[in-house]
Design a binder for this molecule. Structure first.
Ligand SMILES: O=P(O)(O)OC[C@H]1O[C@](O)(COP(=O)(O)O)[C@@H](O)[C@@H]1O
Ligand SMILES: [Mg+2]
Ligand SMILES: [Mg+2]
Length: 352
């Protein structure tokens, strides 16, 4: 079968956005190569695998591949004339591009390596990225310039480093899949207009946190687990990879729902996942694929960030299940605080 490639698709996109995506995709090729070489990756006897021995801005143990992936992204974006600055999971503050004063019209935000606790076990990991407009062209992008809700994204995507490396992109006109040819390092266009099934009998949640969940999530999961003996009157299956990219890609290909809800495990944190470079880009891709993405009490794309590394509850996937969960949050018997975030709430406006 003959496939066109990423360049052919980019040629039909807005040129400055295409330029940002081209550079992000180039970085993903390098990261993919390092992932696939496993323990033998690295040069001059310096392996890119294993722990750095330091804790990053998230309070998490940094892996060498986290650092290497971050460097690949930064190196690519520094060459990109349309990006004025970027922010990464691995760095506390944004980086200003040398191009900010001239041609930089966009900001990039990324998780250079998602699921990095899986690296040692050779389980799929990925890269997640988001492209936002630079609202003050010519000005140095400060942290404030990044504080835009996900609804403003002009593009988002992820690369999944699995048995095959896959790139999933959207510029607001549906979802495209590209598969990396490891011989030519070319991204081949393998699917277009991907839509997520509205119904599913598969859910993904870290069940070890069950005792910390909010009541609507307790109810939803216990009903799924009860299967054909419970109110759902059908059996459900469960998956948990612990790499959000892999979970999202499974949902893209066969439906499902992924939940990382607000919990009381660490009351200071309203969720595990980071809004700007995990939740927002995935929410954008979900909506582009006809699925839904909420916190439980509002659409994820409407959450206005307060800080770069802000965390947020995430419930995404097949629309029938996400709508059911929203219904459980609305149910007054579930006693949920609806004042969790600024902006539009699911309780005061109807959503298409
Ligand atoms: O299984 P856990 O520990 O609850 O966490 C899994 C979640 O944490 C993450 O791995 C966080 O990503 P990072 O590796 O980028 O920190 C998500 O991909 C995933 O959904
Ligand atoms: Mg991550
Ligand atoms: Mg990461």
């Amino acid at each position: 079968m003959n496939h066109t490639d990423l360049e052919a698709w980019l040629a039909a996109q807005q040129p400055a956005v295409a330029d940002a995506l081209r550079h992000l995709a180039q970085a993903c090729v390098k990261i993919s190569r390092a992932c696939s070489r496993g323990a033998i990756a690295g040069e001059g006897g310096q392996s890119t695998h294993g722990a750095v021995g330091e804790v990053n801005v998230q309070g998490e143990n940094q892996q060498k591949l986290d650092v290497y992936s971050d460097e690949c992204m930064a190196e690519a974006l520094a060459q990109c004339s349309s990006v004025a600055g970027w922010a990464s999971e691995e760095l506390e503050h944004p980086t200003v591009s040398p191009n900010h004063a001239t041609t930089g019209r966009y900001l990039a935000v990324f998780d250079p390596l998602d699921g990095s606790s899986n690296i040692d076990a050779n389980i799929s990991v990925g890269t997640i990225f988001s492209v936002l407009p630079h609202l003050f062209p010519g000005a140095e992008p400060t942290e404030a310039a990044f504080m835009q809700p996900g609804r403003r994204q002009v593009a988002a995507g992820y690369a999944l480093y699995g048995p095959a490396t896959v790139l999933v992109l959207s510029t607001g006109n549906g979802i495209e899949f590209f598969t990396l040819d490891p011989v030519s390092s070319n991204w081949l266009h393998t699917r277009s207009g991907v839509q997520i099934r509205t119904t599913t009998s598969e859910f993904a949640i870290n069940a070890s946190n069950q005792r910390f969940w909010e009541k609507p999530i307790q109810r939803y999961v216990s009903e799924c687990v009860a299967g054909d003996t419970g109110p759902r009157a059908r059996n459900f299956n469960m998956r948990w990879v612990a790499s959000m990219v892999a979970e999202v890609h499974r949902i893209m290909t066969r439906g499902g729902v992924f939940l990382y809800p607000r919990d009381t495990k660490e009351p200071r944190k309203p969720g595990r996942l980071r809004l700007m470079y995990e939740a927002s880009p995935m929410a954008y891709l979900m909506e582009q694929a006809g699925a839904k993405a909420v916190t439980g009490t509002m659409d994820l794309l409407d959450v206005v960030p307060d800080t770069l590394h802000q965390r947020v509850p995430v419930i995404i996937g097949s629309s029938d299940e996400v709508e059911r969960i929203i219904g459980y949050y609305v149910d007054p018997n579930e006693n949920v605080s609806h004042q969790l975030f600024r902006h539009r709430s699911l309780f005061v406006q109807s959503h298409p």
